[in-house]
Design a protein around this ligand. Structure first.
Ligand code: TYD
Length: 203
């Protein structure tokens, strides 16, 4: 397998994180060197920015700048070098999350986000994005059972409806790159959908 960049997206509680390990295992059996990483985070500096993003109050522009600052460090130190080695990079979230959360959820200006995207990673785009889609109310019920909420997870269903809508819009604009998986189904059924997507891409 040659270098590939695959990202995992969806609203909080969609269950995407559980699928990353399964995809990593699948690709390793096919001989790939797999790098698992996440955003915000993936480097020591970006993990520190993640703590601030998830817990410190801030305005929407500051939030967007911090997300892209973390991404810059992550791209430079982890993603780009791994792809240059020929590895497969699996990232739990990337820039679609910024357009969905800061753009859709917060209502922050998507033109500013596009400008920041061009500055930070003009030509480093995912080869494939697995989008785990489910209704905001279902995700909220799953989250309530699972964990203590951070700054984003505390937001209401209307926020997550907007985030979901923004993901749907991006999927409609990039249907070849973004594959929708019905994350309301049980884990095994979602895993089967994901495998089909990978197989149809020849991976
Ligand atoms: P996530 O890794 O899904 O958190 P968890 O460890 O709880 O599964 O993401 C952390 C949060 O960061 C999530 O609520 C979405 C948010 N986020 C943004 O708002 N913008 C971004 O660009 C990214 C990458 C994440």
């Amino acid at each position: 397998m040659t270098a590939r960049f695959i990202t995992f997206e969806g609203i909080d509680g969609a269950g995407k994180s559980s699928h990353i390990e399964a995809v990593a295992a699948h690709l390793r059996t096919r001989g790939a060197a797999v790098v698992l990483t996440r955003e915000p985070g993936g480097t020591p500096l970006a993990e520190r920015l993640r703590e601030l993003l998830l817990h410190a109050p801030m305005d929407h522009l500051t939030e967007s700048l911090l997300v892209f600052a973390a991404r810059r460090d992550h791209v430079q130190n982890v993603i780009a070098p791994a792809l240059a080695r020929g590895d497969v990079v699996l990232s739990d979230r990337y820039t679609d999350a910024t357009f969905a959360y800061q753009g859709g959820g917060r209502g922050f200006d998507a033109k500013v986000l596009s400008t920041l995207e061009n500055w930070v990673h003009a030509d480093l785009q995912p080869d494939l994005t697995l989008w785990f889609d489910l209704p905001a109310e279902v995700a909220s019920a799953r989250r309530a059972a699972a964990r203590t909420p951070d700054r984003f997870e505390q937001l209401d269903t209307a926020f997550f409806d907007r985030v979901r809508g923004a993901y749907a819009q991006r999927a409609a604009q990039a249907p070849k790159r973004i594959a929708r998986n019905d994350a309301a189904l049980r884990f095994e059924a979602v895993a089967q959908q994901v495998l089909k997507v990978l197989e149809s891409a020849g991976w």
